[in-house]
Design a protein around this ligand. Structure first.
Ligand SMILES: [Zn+2]
Length: 472
């Protein structure tokens, strides 16, 4: 989960490049086992990424309320206008604008990122090195990630992301030693250089270009033999390069882009999700955890794999599902009319139907987002049911805390403590029936009215007084 602005030199290729983001990922949060100092910041923080000679990217609960049906009869405005049932792109007053380059929480994703709904085709390659030979079969390494990664996306997207991985089930022996590429945390992708990810990618493309048509794929996964480099519990090397032309052209006339490199292994259950996290970057999602080394608690906690992707499964935030095209029009309700009081019915995240999020914009670039998070297949560690409120900022870059969870029970120490990869404090962050949240500054307010027998929540919302104006 660690991001950094990427490095692209000003080459001819880079000139045409869009904003390309190098994402270094993810670091174990408090990975129990192998992290030497448990209370220390993630190991990765020690690397002065920001100081690296990386050019700025080219340019680049209470009484249950009656909740009859999923379709809420609220007076809220549908956020999206009619569009095909499958891939509804965010629209309407709640589709916040924001940063235009790189991965951000802005509702629209810039060109150059991979499509995130419908059929997404992934080419999955496996590599090893003359000095670090694979100790397992390619099938075994591939099996660490598939079909789990694709199934996770299918479930989280309610079937709207049909992720198809085409593997080349053989170890592609790189022509040079692992050491010679200089792959370390923070290694860059600089066109024309003979080290780092550019050199590695150049050699990899060269090895498979005759047999692979890169035009057939939306994303590329590179699974390195797990014994190359340090264990992920010590230093996370995995990362992705996404968002545009990296400056490496294939024989098929398309540039290599939206590529994720997976090194070593995460520990514990659902280790495959590191790939979901990396692929989500290629879909345009930013890192939610702090990548700048600050000593601060996780901003979102286990409520989204872009903050925590170690430990038990966790589903994506509803805001992310909207951004990725996984919600139908009408599943997002927008409380944008200044000061208006509306009522809404939220169905639990685990269910494909009904209203998934209510958005209360506070400015053109900030909103509170409500969703009903309950224990479910993708949320096995949820220890308290209720309405989760998050604070989304579309003008805050990846890795700087673009989303914060509003904690209904500050300093409670949470309700889940059986896995150190789950932030405990925020595990009981949801609001229960009878509880109210008010943002004094904007006047926005949320009251959880009740929960019915189907775990649907009725909420009353007061919109912000003057939405639409950036307050900063
Ligand atoms: Zn990340």
């Amino acid at each position: 989960m660690k991001v950094t602005p990427a490095a692209l030199a000003a080459t001819a290729a880079a000139t045409a490049a869009l904003a390309v983001t190098l994402v270094l990922d993810p670091a174990p949060t408090r990975a129990s086992a192998a992290v030497p100092s448990p209370s220390a910041a993630p190991p990765a923080a020690a690397i002065p990424l920001g100081a690296a000679p990386v050019a700025q990217v080219g340019k680049g609960g209470v009484p249950a309320a009656p909740t009859p049906s999923a379709a809420s009869p609220s007076s809220a405005t549908p956020a999206s206008s009619a569009s095909p049932a499958s891939a509804a792109r965010p629209s309407g007053p709640c589709a916040l604008s924001g940063l235009r380059a790189g991965a951000s929480e802005a509702a629209a994703t810039p060109k150059g990122y991979a499509r995130s709904s419908g059929t997404v085709r992934a080419l999955t390659l496996l590599i090893d090195f003359p000095d670090v030979r694979a100790p397992l079969t390619p099938e075994a390494r591939y099996g660490e990630f598939f079909p789990a990664t694709a199934e996770f996306f299918r479930a989280s997207s309610y079937g709207r992301l049909d992720y198809r991985s085409t593997p080349r089930l053989k170890w592609i022996r790189m022509p040079r030693s692992f050491a010679s590429y200089g792959i370390k945390r923070g290694a860059s992708f600089v066109p024309g250089t003979d080290t780092g990810y550019y050199a590695l990618s150049r050699d990899l493309v060269s090895a498979v270009d005759d047999e692979v048509d890169f035009r057939d794929y939306d994303v590329v996964n590179v699974l390195a033999t797990p014994n190359a480099g340090p264990p992920a519990t010590r230093t996370v090397l995995s990362g992705s390069f996404s968002g545009g032309n990296l400056g490496l052209r294939t024989k098929d006339g398309v540039p290599l882009s939206n590529v994720s490199f997976m090194w070593s292994r995460q520990t514990g259950e659902s280790a495959f999700r590191a790939l979901n996290h990396e692929n989500a970057h290629t879909f345009g999602l930013p890192d939610l955890y702090f990548t700048d080394g600050r000593k601060a608690p996780p901003p979102v906690g286990h409520w989204d794999p872009m903050d925590e992707d170690w430990g038990p499964d966790n589903d994506f935030l509803g805001w992310h599902k909207w951004k990725l095209g996984w919600l139908r029009p009408g599943q997002v309700e927008c409380a944008a009319r200044p000061g208006a009081v509306t009522e809404h019915t939220l169905t639990p995240t685990r269910s494909a139907d009904g209203t998934k999020i209510v958005v209360i914009p506070v400015s053109a670039r900030a909103a509170f987002v409500l969703e009903a998070r309950e224990r479910g297949r993708l949320d096995p560690s949820v220890c308290r049911a209720g309405v989760l409120i998050t604070w989304v900022r579309t003008d805050v870059p990846s890795g700087r805390g673009p989303i914060r969870t509003v904690d209904a029970t500050p300093r409670s120490r949470g309700c889940y403590a059986s896995d150190e990869n789950v932030d405990t404090e925020l595990s009981d962050a949801q609001f229960l029936p009878g509880q109210r949240f008010t943002d004094r500054e904007s006047g926005a307010a949320v009251t959880v009215l009740g929960r019915d027998a189907h775990d649907n929540y009725r909420v009353r919302v007061r919109a912000a007084r003057v939405p639409g104006k950036p307050k900063d």
